[in-house]
Ligand binder design. Structure first.
Ligand SMILES: Cc1cc2nc3c(=O)[nH]c(=O)nc-3n(C[C@H](O)[C@H](O)[C@H](O)COP(=O)(O)O)c2cc1C
Length: 314
């Protein structure tokens, strides 16, 4: 019997629903699925108080691992596949997932094992996946595929709807803007990956040496967002270093700097992001080949092609 381990951390349950939709076909095919929810010793709040939300970014970006409760699976358990389901926090893997990747038990579970990463986020995941790829390689895991589900709204729309959701808990449509987060159809559609993974496991093709999810529209990289991610990450790192030096998370000494940075960040997002996107759009014809190569790189291993979807018919 094939065994799959799903490691995940989900605040609202959205990523958990996604992982469950993906795994339903595996379970139906008789694959044993072990669920390992990551539990921080100090749970994060939801919805987020405003300053508490911003107080997370220095540690998230500098990859300081929060303490986790012991894992629900023994570290020496072996699996045919690990599905690492994560969300993105401040352009980095969410801290509990980062803590798992850095822990001795996590590394032992990942060693010599094929891994599929499953990302459910707003839309900025390119640099977070670079970090995760590095940590998986350090642990001796083999990245087989990457699946990304990003909120379908336009960037400027989700810039309003996602923070509203995270800071108030309300994700419904309002003022003509769509609901925040992933749609039900997107989540239900993740079952196609489970079907393909079940077939690959059955045929012995899932060894982490070649992707098994190509042609299923697994990861669509939006290159227009890369410059903003790079600038954002740089700024998070510089300000994060400064704020970490002021005191530990939650300390009063950090509050003024966090308020200034929050204002700076919102201004940046409203100015730098649209500007770099416009500039990119103007330069696109000149840089078409480089952008194509970058897009191919970030979409590895699974790619954004959808040829197997068309082949499945109605
Ligand atoms: C503190 C924090 C920071 C976030 N930063 C990002 C980000 O940089 N990029 C992104 O695409 N989504 C970001 N998100 C949204 C999450 O990736 C995710 O979509 C949302 O938190 C819902 O996930 P859940 O399954 O944990 O409820 C952030 C969320 C939180 C809580």
């Amino acid at each position: 019997m094939k065994r799959v381990l799903v490691v995940y951390y989900s605040q609202t349950g959205q990523l958990q629903r996604l992982a469950r939709a993906l795994c339903a076909p595996l379970e139906a095919a008789g694959v044993a699925v072990d669920w390992c929810e990551l539990r921080p010793l100090r749970p994060y709040p939801f919805p987020w108080p405003f300053l508490r939300f911003f107080d997370q970014f220095p540690e998230a970006v500098h990859l300081d691992p929060p303490a986790l409760e012991p894992l629900a699976v023994p570290a020496d358990a072996r699996h045919d596949l690990v599905i690492l389901a994560y969300t993105v926090w401040f352009l980095s893997p969410s801290p509990p997932v980062n803590a798992f990747l850095q822990s001795a038990a996590g590394r032992q579970l990942l060693r010599d094992t094929p891994v599929v990463t499953l990302i459910g986020c707003r839309n900025m995941w390119l640099l977070a996946q670079e970090i995760v790829k590095g940590k998986l390689a350090e642990a001796g895991a083999r990245l087989s595929d990457n699946i990304v589900l990003a909120d379908s709204g336009a960037s400027l729309t989700t810039f309003i709807t996602t923070p509203r959701w995270l800071l108030t808990g309300r994700r419904d449509a309002f003022w003509g803007l769509p609901a925040a987060g992933l749609g039900d159809t997107q989540i239900a559609g993740a079952a196609r990956f489970g079907v393909a993974l079940a077939a690959a496991l059955r045929d012995g093709r899932l060894d982490g040496r070649a992707p098994v999810l190509r042609g299923l529209g697994a990861a669509q990289a939006d290159m227009r967002l890369l410059p903003s991610e790079k600038i954002g990450r740089r700024s998070f790192q510089i300000w994060g270093r400064l704020i970490r030096a002021l005191g530990p998370q939650g300390s009063a000494a950090r509050k003024p700097a966090l308020l200034v940075y929050a204002a700076f960040l919102v201004t940046m997002i409203l100015t730098v992001v649209p500007l770099t996107m416009l500039l990119r759009a103007a330069l696109r014809p000149l840089a078409a080949r480089r952008l194509r190569a970058q897009k191919d790189y970030f979409e590895q291993p699974s790619g954004s092609g959808t040829e197997r979807l068309a082949a499945r018919g109605p």
